[in-house]
Every structure is written in structure tokens, then in C-alpha cells.
Design a protein. Structure first.
Lengths: 116, 438
């Protein structure tokens, strides 16, 4: 999601510092803020492109992380469904679960519901 | 307690008993020094180590020294660690302390140095981490090991870190106590200095040189909310302290005390994902009260994430009080650029005092709107343009945050007050002084 527009939305003179809020809008129309307090020797306008580039990287990383987490959740759900179908003896012999581990596994809400 | 020498060029018995009979390998030296009080002295040489984890046992000291004429040596120095292969990682664990070491990362591959990760504390002093020859964005410095097994804490003094790519940075998963470090000592500046945090991460740092760190200092932590205190750091003029957060629960909470890029000694700042407080020297208030600060105000601003449910809590201010009857503490505030009063559903003051006789326990009061009540305008102040300086030319609201009624502290101690904002994207100046206490 590239940043399509950037602007300094707020720039307040704090004497020795600027208080700056930048608005960066991505191609989905989402506005992302960048807030910072550079010293008065700095021209905030000159940093808009640099901050937009950092935000773009961050947005991509967030999207990738969300995708990976969703895939992990999907896999766990399918494994849960599959494991529910296995008999206790198989879980003990093939997966190596102890009686205590098997009991703990069966305590899980999803397993309890599936097995009645 | 024993002292050992390590010198790869020694030709003696190899017992480590002195320089003439020094251990000639790093492995032999660290295998010998295992008891609390043991010390190893490494000459100022370069030791090429295989990737792996090296243990400094609890109470054991590793020292670099440039004095191979005396044993034990009398002057300090630095020994250098390198790794032979691309992508070699090295970790130092255990409860001991390393003095005078430099790690130079392999020039290629993703290389990490890790301090800790075995659930005990480790310390370093005068240690240099040099990634400057490694231009791989994935390389970095891990403090505290994995998030699943962070060490108790990491303590550093005089640690210098040189980076080799803007994508490199710290990964922190334990409390870090730092004195006099330089976290960005070389020419390459990370885009984000602290890339991620574990749940146990926190920083208490004094005198940190961040003057070259022109990027973002602290990432918006995922699933972590580290408290970070930087006392007397030197900052870069254009650094961003905390990255914008997309999640209300994310983000570091950073306090900066007397830190700036220049010769400004009034600076105090507080940042989190909900808002910030920074010092303004352009706008300030003079009430005439004894002991009040002059020439500065606190500028508070909230992010879009701030709300009545998730307020931005400004830093506490204290005023010492000896019980002598009822008091009504207050905070003078200014909305500059609008004459419309803020409501008690947007801003309020929190106040605390020792309200129980014979106890240190605090009692809290505020002028926030009552639960479920409709918001009403906060009280306007009797102060105005005569007392404030630097406010808007015509559009201002001068407010006063104070509890609805007076109270009587039961014990001597501090009466504290803070500004709390419960609305997004709101700006407010406050006079950093608890009025009405003395």
C-alpha cells in the first residue's frame, strides 16, 4: 500500500522544538500519523518523503505479519479438527501423549465440545 | 578465586597461571574460569570464535588488558572477537561480566550478537559491538535472548554500537540498565533503533549518547509496552522518539529527563501511543506563586487512539505539603487557538494525597465527569493573558483543573497532580506546577 499523499498537518512552535504531526495517506485512503518533535533547526517539510518511505515499509511488514498469523491460525484450526477425530490410544501411541497430557488436551474447550 | 591469562602467542605451559604460561585458546581460558571471583585477562588480540554461545559464569570476570608485562595486569585494554563464517551468530550468557571486549561481525550474512537469554543477568563494560562491516539489513543486536527466556536484566556501561545497515537495530526482551552508552556510534544510522520488544523489556538509561540516531528511536512494540526512561541523553535534532502506533495497546512509553540535541536544560518529555507531553519555551505562565517554574509550560497532545476509555495520562507533578488545614490544589491550563472551553469529558486533573491518618496510602480525586454523566465545561481560570505568554493572539481558553471540593491531607508528604486527556487529537498547555498546596 504505497503512500499517495503526505502533508504536515500540525506544526506548533514550542520555542526550542517544533511539535509536528504529519498525515500520510495510503492508496486505500487510510491516514497514518507521524508525530515528532524536531528542534527548530529542522525544516519538517523536508522529512515528509523520508517518513513516508518508512511508513510504507512498516505497512508492508504489518500486512505480511497479519497474513502469516492468519495462516498459522488456519493451520491450527485444521489440526485441531483433525486431532479431534483420533482415538485416545492413537494420541498416546503415535503422538506420545502421557495420560496427564491427554487429559489436559481433552480439557480444551474445542475438544470437549467436539467429543461431547 | 583465581586469575588466568590468555595469549594466543604464549609458549609456556599453557596453564593460564601468568602471561608466560597463558592459555593459548579462548576455549581453554573460559573453561578454567568457572567460580565466582575468577578472572580471565585477554591480551589485546583478535580471537576468531566459531558461531555459538559462550558462557561467562556467575561472578566471573573477563577482562581485556594491554599490560602483558605484569600479572595480574595493571591497565585495561580491549580484546576482539570475530567469527569466521558468513552469518555467524555469537551469544554471551551467564551471570558474569565482560570488560573491554569488541565484537566485529562477519562482513556477510545475517549476523547477531546476543547478550543473555539464559534467565540470569549479564553485565558488560567498555564493550564495542561493531556491525559496521556487515551491510545486511537483517543483522542486529539481541539483548535478553528470546522473548520466551529473557535474562533477568542486562546492565551496560560504556557500551558502543556501530551499525552496518539502516535496517539493523536492537531487539530487547529484558530490562536494560544502561550508563553512558553510545547506541549509535558509527556512520550508519538505523531507521528504527529499537526494532522490537519482548514482554519483559524495559530501559533505565542514563547519559546515553543518541546524537547520531536521526531515525526513529523506539518502534511501536507489538504485544509489549516497555517503560523506557532516558535521563540526560543527547538526542539528534530530527529524531522521532516513538513510532506511530496502529494499535492502542502497542507502543513504548518513553520518559526523557533533561535531554535534548543542544544546550537546552529544561527538556522533559513523555511519549506513548496515546499522546505526548513536551516542554514548550514559547508558551508559559507566571502566577506569582512561590516556587513555580518560569519560562516553560508542558504541551500535551493526544493521538487518534486516545479516548475516554483509553486516556492519555500526563506525568505527575509533586508539591510537598505539611498538613495545615484544607487545600484545593489546581493546575492552570491553556487552550491556544480556540476560545471554546474543554469539557470534563475531554480533559481533567488527577490529584493524589495522603488521606489516611497514620498511613502512607494515597487517596485520589479528580475533576473528571462523573461516570455516565453528561460532559460539562471545565472551570475557567481567573488567570489569562496577563499571566500567560506566547498564547494565541485572540483565541484562547484559560482553564483551571481542580477537585470539586477541598480536602485535608492527613499526613505530611507530596500532593501530586497530573493532566489527563480523554479525547483524540487534542492539544493543551499546562503550567507544570501544583497550585494551592503551600
Amino acid at each position: 500500500m504505497p503512500i499517495v499523499s503526505s502533508e504536515v498537518a500540525v506544526q506548533i512552535d514550542l520555542g526550542h522544538l517544533w511539535f509536528v504531526v504529519e498525515h500520510h495517506v495510503d492508496d486505500a485512503g487510510v491516514t497514518r500519523e507521524w508525530r515528532w518533535t524536531p528542534t527548530k533547526s529542522v525544516d519538517p517539510e523536508k522529512f515528509l518523503a523520508e517518513h513516508a518511505a518508512v511508513l510504507e515499509e512498516r505497512v508492508v511488514a504489518e500486512a505480511e505479519r497479519a497474513k502469516a498469523e492468519a495462516e498459522q491460525r488456519g493451520a491450527v484450526t485444521k489440526l485441531d479438527t483433525y486431532l479431534r477425530t483420533l482415538p485416545d490410544e492413537t494420541l498416546k501411541s503415535d503422538a506420545g501423549l502421557t495420560d496427564e497430557e491427554l487429559a489436559a488436551f481433552k480439557e480444551r474447550e474445542a475438544v470437549r465440545v467436539a467429543r461431547g | 578465586m583465581a586469575d588466568y591469562a590468555c595469549d594466543q602467542t604464549a609458549g609456556g605451559a599453557g596453564t593460564g597461571a601468568d602471561w608466560a604460561n597463558a592459555f593459548t585458546t579462548f576455549a581453554a581460558a573460559i573453561a578454567a574460569a568457572t567460580s565466582p571471583g575468577d578472572r580471565i585477562f585477554f591480551d589485546e588480540a583478535t580471537y576468531s570464535l566459531a558461531a555459538g554461545t559462550y558462557t561467562v559464569p556467575a561472578g566471573v570476570e573477563w577482562h581485556g588488558s594491554n599490560d602483558t608485562a605484569n600479572f595480574p595486569p595493571q591497565t585495561t585494554g580491549t580484546f576482539t572477537i570475530t567469527n569466521p563464517n558468513a552469518g555467524d551468530d555469537v551469544a554471551f550468557v551467564g551471570g558474569g561480566k565482560i570488560f573491554g571486549m569488541k565484537w566485529t561481525a562477519n562482513a556477510t550474512g545475517v549476523c547477531f550478537i546476543t547478550f543473555g537469554g539464559d534467565a540470569v543477568a549479564i553485565e558488560v563494560e567498555d564493550v564495542v559491538v561493531d556491525l559496521s562491516a556487515n551491510a545486511n539489513a537483517g543483522s542486529g543486536v539481541i539483548i535478553g535472548g528470546s522473548t520466551a527466556n529473557p535474562n533477568e536484566w542486562f546492565r551496560s556501561r560504556g557500551l558502543e554500537v556501530l551499525w552496518g545497515h539502516v535496517g539493523q537495530g536492537f531487539v530487547l526482551s529484558c530490562p536494560w540498565r544502561s550508563d553512558g552508552d553510545n547506541w549509535c556510534a558509527g556512520a550508519t544510522v538505523p531507521t528504527v533503533l529499537f526494532e522490537s520488544f519482548g514482554a519483559a523489556a524495559a530501559i533505565e538509561a542514563r547519559g546515553t549518547n543518541l546524537s547520531a540516531a536521526s531515525g526513529t528511536l523506539f518502534a511501536n512494540a507489538t504485544a509489549a509496552h516497555p517503560i523506557i526512561r532516558l535521563t540526560n541523553p543527547k538526542l539528534h535534532a530530527s529524531a522521532t522518539v516513538v513510532a506511530a502506533s496502529s494499535n492502542v495497546y502497542d507502543g513504548a512509553e518513553v520518559f526523557i529527563f533533561d535531554g535534548s540535541s543542544g544546550d537546552v536544560h529544561v527538556s522533559m518529555a513523555h511519549y506513548n501511543s496515546l499522546g505526548s507531553t513536551v516542554v514548550s519555551t514559547a508558551v508559559h505562565c507566571a502566577t506569582g506563586d512561590a516556587g513555580e517554574p518560569t519560562g516553560v509550560s508542558w504541551f500535551h497532545n493526544t493521538t487518534t487512539l486516545c479516548s475516554f476509555v483509553r486516556p492519555y495520562y500526563g506525568p505527575w507533578m509533586d508539591a510537598y505539603h505539611e498538613p495545615a488545614g484544607a487545600i484545593t490544589p489546581s493546575i492552570e491550563v491553556l487552550r491556544s487557538g480556540s476560545a471554546t472551553a474543554y469539557t470534563d469529558g475531554e480533559i481533567h486533573g488527577d490529584f493524589s494525597y495522603k488521606g489516611t491518618s497514620g498511613s502512607t496510602l494515597l487517596t485520589f480525586v479528580s475533576d473528571r465527569k462523573a461516570r455516565l454523566a453528561a460532559a460539562a465545561n471545565q472551570a475557567s481560570s481567573a488567570l489569562g493573558t496577563s499571566e500567560w505568554t506566547g498564547e494565541h493572539g485572540s483565541l484562547n481558553w484559560f482553564g483551571k483543573l481542580a477537585p470539586a471540593s477541598s480536602f485535608t491531607p492527613a499526613e505530611a508528604g507530596y500532593v501530586s497532580a497530573r493532566v489527563v486527556i480523554t479525547a483524540p487529537s487534542l492539544s493543551l498547555y499546562s503550567h507544570p506546577f501544583v497550585r494551592g498546596v503551600n
